[in-house]
Design a protein around this ligand. Structure first.
Ligand SMILES: Cc1cc2nc3c(=O)[nH]c(=O)nc-3n(C[C@H](O)[C@H](O)[C@H](O)COP(=O)(O)OP(=O)(O)OC[C@H]3O[C@@H](n4cnc5c(N)ncnc54)[C@H](O)[C@@H]3O)c2cc1C
Length: 384
């Protein structure tokens, strides 16, 4: 029998995270309007408050599972973080499991973003044209290309950058990844991207122009190994999106319903108003998606690693969440009417924020392809 009850410790940590999110909400509009300004390392309100993620890392006693409880905390994601979390840097995570001992020693604690996307290559990295050429005379790699939408790059000390190497005997150009630190000659940051939503989310573009890095900065990780880290982070991003959907659902409840409207659940469909019925359906979609996210983390917890199997679960959670986040926010805005379109409330911001959650960390269609390939036992070449 599956038990969905949270443990007392889970509830305690979630309550702290939920309160953090409500405290931080007063900064939401500011960082939405001032997207060039990085969020501070700590908001003043963080002082004296426990960090739920740090509490979880320090002691996992009594939680449902470290990864499951972490996902529960991500489901409380604030508009603006009360304090920055250096554990979210994907490039640093890649070093942790794909770096050599000396790379881990040199860069294991360095904040590194991950840079794959190029102007003509998002969902399909094979379209990437950024190149890496080995220069034997200097034992250096010479990197050229343009990388866009690099999350966390403003704050980071550099990035793990994926490029294409020279063609092999079959004419195939392999994917190669490098640690590129800021300040390396030839790395030209282009500043924050002016986005429609999640405008406070640190996102930068940069160019590599004959940027030379030592051979020791090359990672010994192929495409699959480098991207395996996304399996873990897809559920995290799914949870962030779903929290935005929940914000709008809460707003609908607070604005349109009486304080205690619980009876509408018991009355049955025929006795509910059309409005109540729509909200109940959206709540059900929200809850089902939340369970898919937690299930993917439960599978990861059981496997102990991110692998092919967890990849499919993470893609299921991500595609469901991207879809639910879009649908719930759109319908809530429809239910709320013109009020939610003004800057008097955060409704319109949440609506803009929601869109990207079906685009980055694998767009919905791409995640559904991953799931379909697994179900139908097709290879990448057979179904793309
Ligand atoms: C805020 C933000 C942060 C980001 N952070 C990072 C980061 O840190 N590092 C990084 O490398 N990238 C990052 N990205 C890039 C992100 O991963 C890409 O935007 C994403 O992969 C989609 O690529 P694209 O924008 O080129 O869209 P496209 O790939 O052009 O897709 C456009 C549409 O076509 C659909 N589509 C594409 N291919 C297929 C197909 N074969 N079958 C069916 N439908 C298809 C897609 O689902 C989508 O709906 C970020 C993007 C944003 C907006």
């Amino acid at each position: 029998m599956i038990d969905f009850t949270l443990t007392p410790r889970d509830e305690q940590l979630v309550a702290i995270a939920r309160e953090d999110a409500s405290i931080a909400q007063k900064y939401a509009r500011y960082y939405d309007q001032n997207h060039d300004e990085l969020e501070p390392i700590c908001l003043p309100e963080s002082e004296g408050r426990p960090d739920p993620f740090a509490l979880l890392r320090e002691d996992t006693e009594g939680v449902s599972g470290p990864l499951i409880t972490e996902a529960l905390l991500h489901l409380e994601c604030p508009d603006v973080r009360l304090r920055r979390d250096s554990n979210r840097f994907l490039g640093t995570k890649i070093i942790a499991y794909a770096g050599t001992a000396s790379q881990i020693e040199r860069f294991g604690k360095t904040l590194l973003a991950i840079a794959i996307t190029e102007p003509g290559a998002g969902s399909d990295p094979r379209a990437m044209i950024g190149s890496a050429r080995f220069d034997e005379t200097s034992d250096e790699w010479v990197l050229n290309g343009e990388k866009i939408y690099c999350s966390g790059f403003g704050e980071a000390a550099g990035a793990v950058v994926m490029l294409r190497g020279g063609a092999d005997e079959n004419g195939v150009r392999p994917f190669v990844s490098f640690i590129v630190e800021k300040g390396t000659p030839g790395l030209l940051p282009l500043g924050q991207v002016d986005k429609m939503g999640i405008r406070g989310w640190d996102t930068e573009d940069f160019v590599l122009q004959d940027c030379r890095v030592p051979a020791s900065n090359k990672l010994n990780a192929d495409f699959k190994r480098t991207l395996m880290v996304l399996n873990g982070s897809r559920s995290m991003v799914s949870a962030f999106g779903l929290k935005i959907a929940r914000n709008l659902l809460d707003m609908v409840r607070d604005t349109l319903f009486e304080a205690d409207d619980r009876t509408r659940y018991q009355r049955g469909r025929h006795a509910r108003s059309a409005l109540q019925d729509r909200v109940v359906a959206l709540e059900a979609l929200h809850d089902a998606t939340e369970l898919a996210i937690l299930h993917s983390k439960w599978v990861e917890e059981r496997h102990g690693v991110t692998n092919e199997r967890t990849m499919v679960e993470a893609s299921m959670a991500k595609s469901l969440s991207g879809n639910a986040t879009r649908r719930i926010t759109q319908e809530c805005l429809d239910l709320l009417g013109p009020y939610a379109l003004t800057e008097e409330s955060l409704g319109e911001k949440w609506f803009r924020d929601a869109r990207v959650f079906d685009i980055f960390e694998g767009a919905g269609e791409i995640n559904r392809l991953i799931v379909a390939r697994w179900l139908l036992e097709y290879s990448n070449k057979e179904l793309n």
